[in-house]
Design a protein around this ligand. Structure first.
Ligand code: MN
Ligand code: MN
Length: 460
């Protein structure tokens, strides 16, 4: 039952493709670190493949038919793509869905203050983080500021080689007797995650002179006033590029593999669809998974069913019943990362049911915690069908649970899509140091995920 390492089976040409895909992905996650940046890139690449906005089709009173490609852009933070197939939509779609948000620190609405001749940006962390991992490291600012008149400014500070970076200080070891005695979860508090932004007072300024310097720079270089932070989304993320990892370059270390790696694999698989597919292929790139899939851009919002309804209408075939059928008859891979087995922390894994780096794309029948609570427990029949598709296409794959029973757990978007009654299973890439500022994946697993998602959309 032990799955073999995918690298062992690769021929010269496979190895070349594995490295090419790895390189493209590494470049992409170095450039696109936020859900907005990634969503923009996804739309750009979909349009290059002939996808048009569903809104545009509707406004121009166009019609849709098999072979057409449309996308939905939800507020610049979530994207859905549809490649319309030969079969009636009411018979269901083959869906691959991943999230495009990652754990990070968000600026508060009133973030700026000065203390002891340093200017700070106060943050509220987003998603599950180990706070101690975010101090004493170079950080970058990525975000969007919306002015009162509605104009939006995008900013990225800290990624170019000659850009300044920002960061959070940690206490020196010499004075850390108290801190080092605390539990790891309490060593750094949520309110300790304040980012140092400036340190030089503005000449002629008496009070808060360093903050004045910061405000001057924001105004002169970016056109931002202090009040504009009220309507801004500034995300503090690790600065710098993703890198090849390991002397053999078999892995990639970088910020936000969860879940850029699966969403990238999904996009890559969608780009490889040729001709008119038998069944409609749907790609979902959704926001807010890390905080419970809430909000208008999270999976709990109804955009999938709204899009299905719009498409049926534009195909001249709408009824509410058909929308329900289209969703219930669908099959879906909920594409999200899984915990890679880590021999340094062997005690939280169960070796027979763990995902190993390099052993291919991973299927999690269930996630959840404390007796599968909160999970989508996929049907054996569906898993059986997937075995057939994976083996039939010589895809290297493995199965896994997220850790030992009662060691902890986690969730994905799978259970939300299952509410429509469709078949769903979690499938993704194994990650080491998940949710850390720098996560690690194997390029072989990424390659197998691309192949798996493509095969699934063609055959499920
Ligand atoms: Mn995830
Ligand atoms: Mn996550």
């Amino acid at each position: 039952m032990e799955r073999t390492n995918a690298w062992k089976a690769y021929e010269e040409k496979d190895l070349k493709t594995v490295q090419e895909i790895g390189e493209e992905y590494r470049d992409l996650i170095s450039r696109c670190k936020t859900e907005r940046e990634w969503a923009r890139e996804i739309v750009r690449r979909l349009e290059a493949k002939g996808y048009v906005s569903l809104d545009t089709v509707r406004r121009q009173k166009g019609k849709l038919k098999a072979g057409d490609r449309v996308y939905v852009n939800r507020m610049g933070k979530a994207v859905l793509s549809f490649y319309l197939g030969q079969e009636d939509l009411e018979n269901g779609m083959n869906i691959v869905g991943a999230h495009i948000d990652s754990p990070r620190l968000d600026f508060k609405q009133n973030p700026l203050y000065e203390d002891s001749d340093l200017a700070y940006g106060d943050t509220h962390y987003y998603g599950g983080i180990k706070k101690y991992q975010w101090v004493a490291r170079p950080l970058a600012l990525h975000g969007t500021v919306v002015k009162k008149d509605g104009t939006a400014l995008d900013l990225v500070i800290g990624e170019k080689d000659d850009d300044p970076v920002v960061g959070i200080s940690d206490l020196l070891i010499h004075l850390s007797a108290d801190q080092m005695g605390k539990k790891l979860s309490e060593g750094i508090g949520g309110e300790d995650l304040d980012v140092i932004l400036a340190g030089q007072p503005l000449k002629g300024e008496e009070k808060d002179a360093v903050k004045a310097t910061l405000l001057r720079i924001l105004k002169d270089q970016y056109g931002i006033e202090e009040e504009d932070f009220i309507s801004a989304e500034i995300e503090v993320v690790p600065a710098g590029k993703a890198r090849d990892f390991g002397l053999d370059r078999s892995m990639i270390i970088g910020y936000g593999h969860d879940d850029r790696v699966c969403s990238y694999a999904e996009l890559k698989a969608i780009e490889q669809i040729e001709g008119t597919p038998k069944v409609t292929c749907c790609g979902m790139f959704v926001d807010k998974e890390e905080i419970g899939s809430v909000g208008a851009t999270g999976m709990r919002a109804n955009y999938l069913e709204n899009a299905a309804a719009e498409i049926l209408e534009l195909m001249g075939n709408y009824s509410e019943l058909k929308v329900r059928r289209a969703l219930q008859n669908s099959r879906m891979l909920s594409c999200d990362v899984s915990a890679g087995y880590d021999p340094l922390y062997a005690s939280v894994f169960e070796k027979k049911n763990a995902a190993y780096l390099g052993r291919g794309v991973c299927f999690n029948k269930y996630t959840g915690s404390r007796g599968k609570s909160g999970s989508n427990d996929a049907n054996a029949e569906f898993m059986g069908r997937l075995r057939c598709i994976m083996d039939g296409n010589q895809i290297r794959w493995q199965t896994a649970e997220l850790g030992k029973v009662d060691a902890g757990g986690g969730g994905t978007i799978a259970y939300i899509c299952a509410l429509y009654g469709m078949e769903v299973i979690d499938s993704g890439v194994a990650v080491l140091s998940m949710h850390a500022p720098c996560e690690i994946i194997s390029k072989a697993d990424l390659y197998e995920a691309v192949r798996a998602y493509h095969a699934f959309m063609m055959e499920a």
